[in-house]
Design a protein around this ligand. Structure first.
Ligand SMILES: [Fe+2]
Length: 227
């Protein structure tokens, strides 16, 4: 993260003010991951308080930095913050006739080996293998989320990921394929920070689905209206 960038200055305050201006109590605010550096629920309590203080119904996604969120204990978090914060993983949340589905996701981020002109010559294949395991795990979680929504009768989907849906070399991935298979209308993701990373993955329409990057610095801390 490029924390030195001006856009990060007082970002919590700027984001809070923008939320208070744009979001009504009946609205839903999805916070797309990397919500706290706290390593356990006690450490991250100030961040939880901050998020609880934002307007609307809050839905959280797990980011790569959210160490407090044990992937196997999402239910415990949902019980602990019941009625205040909602944790999206292996489950879904309804919004009008849509199901909000999602998971952390994953994409291979290198290291890539470049030539002097910046062209990619190769990459760390060991890391790529590990990355494939993560992608598989997260694909399984996403399917669980979709299936929970489908069993409850939902047919319209908005899909949230923390990681971009594809890595910088891919045109599609198991996440974009799932989005197409389930007839998702929009895919919303974050994780890419700094101007150099904003266009690492799909933005705009791809195979009939709208893809949006909603990283805080990309949006200058102004929440994006999805519906
Ligand atoms: Fe991240």
């Amino acid at each position: 993260m490029q924390m030195k960038d001006r856009v990060w200055r007082n970002h919590e305050e700027v984001f809070r003010r923008n939320c208070e201006t744009l979001i009504q109590p009946e609205d839903t605010l999805v916070l797309v991951g990397d919500n706290s550096f706290g390593k356990n629920p006690t450490d991250c309590e100030p961040d939880m308080q901050y998020m609880m203080g934002l307007p609307g119904r809050k839905i959280l996604l797990r980011g790569n930095h959210d160490k407090y969120w044990d992937a196997k204990k999402t239910n415990a978090l949902n019980e602990r913050y019941q009625g205040r914060l909602n944790f999206l993983q292996n489950n879904f949340y309804p919004y009008e006739d849509f199901a909000l589905v999602g998971t952390k996701g994953h994409c291979f981020e290198g290291p890539f080996y470049l030539d002097r002109k910046g062209r990619i010559l190769g990459w760390d294949e060991k890391n790529e293998e590990k990355s494939k395991e993560q992608v598989e795990k997260e694909t399984g979680r996403l399917i669980q989320s979709f299936e929970a929504a489908k069993s409850a009768g939902y047919r319209r989907f908005l899909m949230f990921l923390h990681y971009p849906p594809t890595n910088i070399l891919e045109e599609e991935s198991s996440f974009t394929k799932l989005a197409e298979e389930y007839g998702v209308e929009q895919v919303i993701y974050a994780h890419s920070h700094g101007e150099a990373r904003f266009y690492d993955s799909i933005q705009g329409e791809f195979h009939g689905i709208e893809y949006s990057l909603v990283s805080g610095d990309y949006l200058r801390w102004k929440p994006k209206r999805i519906l």
